[in-house]
Design a protein around this ligand. Structure first.
Ligand SMILES: Nc1ncnc2c1ncn2[C@@H]1O[C@H](COP(=O)(O)OP(=O)(O)OP(=O)(O)O)[C@@H](O)[C@H]1O
Ligand SMILES: O=c1ccn([C@@H]2O[C@H](COP(=O)(O)O)[C@@H](O)[C@H]2O)c(=O)[nH]1
Length: 238
């Protein structure tokens, strides 16, 4: 079947990496994510990945209460570097050629983020993992995904998370929440739908970069999304 999207920016949930656990990286879950990425890359899709850090540390979590916010955010960004290295390892074991570029300079473990080089890797069919978010405190990896998606001229930002789309309210808290099949950025921002932060939505809206929110736990979902099949929630300008 034909591909709908040839270049994607995939935002992988850090929190989802915990699997059934409450902290860190569950190897079975990690390998499952890597296998989905490997199958999608094999279809000929160019893939950039931003990975979250919520399984390890968030600057806004209870564990950071009382800390200097920027310092806590740098810790959160370093958490995403750990996840990026774990994902690179899993992807390599799945036979995927993969590079990590970090927005914070940590030369011994990852290349620095260089846009032109990242674009070349994508054109060569290599998966590029963008670590350390935007490199700036007070942001999130959702915003990093929107930013790198725009910089890479991706066709779409795919937010792979623990829920299977955008709901009228947080489905983890409200069992009566309804899932949207499609949504506009204005509606998502106006209704304060918390699945993705407003800064990320606003940047995607400005860049006319569609977003699809779907479950990373649903087998084959990523491949269905890149083929343009009905999966998750598609957020667009109009
Ligand atoms: N309206 C909504 N529709 C869907 N999910 C929502 C909504 N409001 C809040 N959520 C919550 O948002 C979560 C996903 O966003 P969040 O950024 O917290 O996690 P993530 O991106 O999966 O993790 P990480 O930041 O570690 O990468 C979902 O697990 C869901 O519980
Ligand atoms: O650009 C960024 C991206 C992330 N952070 C910090 O990292 C953590 C983890 O990222 P999540 O998006 O929550 O998974 C985040 O809470 C921030 O503390 C950042 O400062 N800048």
């Amino acid at each position: 079947m034909a591909l709908r999207y040839r270049r994607i920016l995939l935002k992988l949930s850090g929190e989802a990496l915990m699997g059934e656990g409450s902290y860190g990286i569950d190897r079975v879950t990690l390998d499952g994510m890597a296998a989905q990425v490997a199958r999608t890359a094999a279809l000929g899709v160019q893939i950039g990945i931003v990975i979250g850090g919520g399984n390890i540390f968030r600057g806004v979590s209870a564990g950071a209460a009382g800390m200097d916010r920027a310092q806590a955010d740098y810790m959160g960004m370093l958490a995403t570097v750990i996840n990026a290295l774990a994902l690179q390892d899993a992807l390599r074991r799945s036979g995927v050629d993969c590079r990590v570029q970090s927005a914070l300079t940590i030369e011994q473990v990852a290349e620095p983020y260089i846009r032109g080089k990242a674009l070349r890797y994508l054109e060569e069919g290599k998966v590029v993992i963008f670590a350390a978010g935007t490199g700036n405190p007070f942001f999130t990896t959702d915003t990093a995904a929107a930013l790198r998606g725009a910089e890479m001229a991706a066709d779409i930002v795919l937010k792979a998370t623990k829920v299977d789309g955008v709901y009228s309210a947080d489905p983890k808290k409200d069992p009566h929440a309804n899932r949207y099949r499609t949504l506009t950025f204005d509606e998502a921002i106006g209704r304060n739908l918390g699945v993705m932060d407003a800064t990320a939505f606003a940047l995607c809206r400005e860049q006319k970069l569609p977003v699809c929110v779907f479950s990373i736990f649903k087998p084959g979902a990523l491949e269905r999304v890149v083929r343009g099949e009905d999966e998750g929630t598609l957020v667009t300008v109009s």
